[in-house]
Design a protein around this ligand. Structure first.
Ligand code: SAH
Length: 283
């Protein structure tokens, strides 16, 4: 879908009541997590917020099936970011959120997964709070919830914890790789595809077994979900050989082996659930 131009006109306010003293209503922003793609994984609360919005500003990972739930007539604009392809700079987006809320509108800011997990929801909320705009947050299921891949993030006797890590940014400076290996948790890397080789090397250098199971989950929770399994020593090779595309997660840990017994989605549920298609994303 082509990037929609932002409206210059103000949509008609439909949801916010007048104040008790009859002065103009005050706008607000609802930060909504849309989950990993399957529209049925949207919460009831998220759907209600979408239905009551005056304007919706959505991200790249909000699937077509979820966008189909936007009420006709509610202005909705793509403000997402693909890697190296920002449709709108974060500072401008923060200003836009403040401006629309200041017009008295109920702005729904819809993001893939959970807004507070690598979603910059915290940054947007800080800017809004600073500007005196009321904000509420509705959680979403984060992509790292790997049930559809048959991978329990924790499992008694196998993994006592789980660590979500972003492989973008100043990772090499900020990540304590030895600590990651030492804690022996399941590791879930977001935004890691282009840095698979670095992740593999750093974990090996930090002493993780070359045979540690890994999984690549492409289009998790969507009907075309792909789960590719292997071992740490072949992680980077698998990304290339299997032509893994974004969005994808890298899961590292012994729990990955459980997917051999616990996988269910591909055979049992695909015809019934997960109809979302992230290949038809907005950008
Ligand atoms: N706030 C989001 C994460 C945004 S960062 C959340 O909570 O899920 C974007 C990264 O999330 C992607 O690069 C990818 O690593 C991961 N991701 C998001 N949706 C995904 C999906 N359906 N399948 C696999 N990975 C996904």
């Amino acid at each position: 879908m082509a990037v929609t131009r932002l409206a210059r006109t103000t949509p008609r306010r439909k949801s916010l009541p007048l104040r008790a003293d009859n002065t103009a209503a005050v706008g607000m922003v609802t930060l909504v997590g849309a989950g990993p793609g399957d529209a049925e994984l949207l919460t009831i609360k998220a759907l209600r917020a979408i239905e009551s919005a005056d304007i919706i500003l959505f991200d790249r990972l909000v699937s077509e099936d979820i966008r189909a739930l936007f009420p006709k007539g509610t202005p909705a604009f793509y403000v997402g970011k693909a890697k190296d392809n920002h449709s709108i700079a974060q500072a401008d987006l923060n200003d836009l959120l403040v401006a629309k809320a200041s017009e008295g509108l109920h702005v729904v800011r819809l993001k893939g997964g959970d807004s507070f997990v690598f979603g910059r929801g915290g940054e947007e909320m800080l800017a809004l709070k600073k500007a005196g705009v009321r904000v509420v947050v509705i959680p979403g299921i984060t992509a790292g919830a790997t049930c559809y891949a048959g991978i329990p993030l924790t499992h008694r006797g196998i993994s006592q914890g789980c660590t979500f890590v972003t492989a973008q940014g100043e990772t090499e400076l900020n990540i304590d790789w030895q600590a990651l290996v030492r804690c022996d948790h399941t590791l879930v890397f977001y935004m890691g595809l282009s840095r698979a080789s670095m992740i593999e090397n750093k974990l090996l250098q930090a002493g993780m077994s070359a045979n540690m199971p890994v999984a690549l989950i492409e289009n998790g929770c969507c009907k075309q979900q792909r789960v590719i399994k292997g071992s740490l020593k072949e992680l980077a090779e698998l990304v290339v050989a299997e032509k893994v595309q974004s969005p994808a997660l890298i899961v590292v840990g012994k729990v990955v082996e459980l997917a051999n017994d616990l996988q269910w989605f591909a055979e049992a549920a695909a015809p019934l659930a997960g109809q979302s298609d992230l290949t038809k994303m907005s950008a």
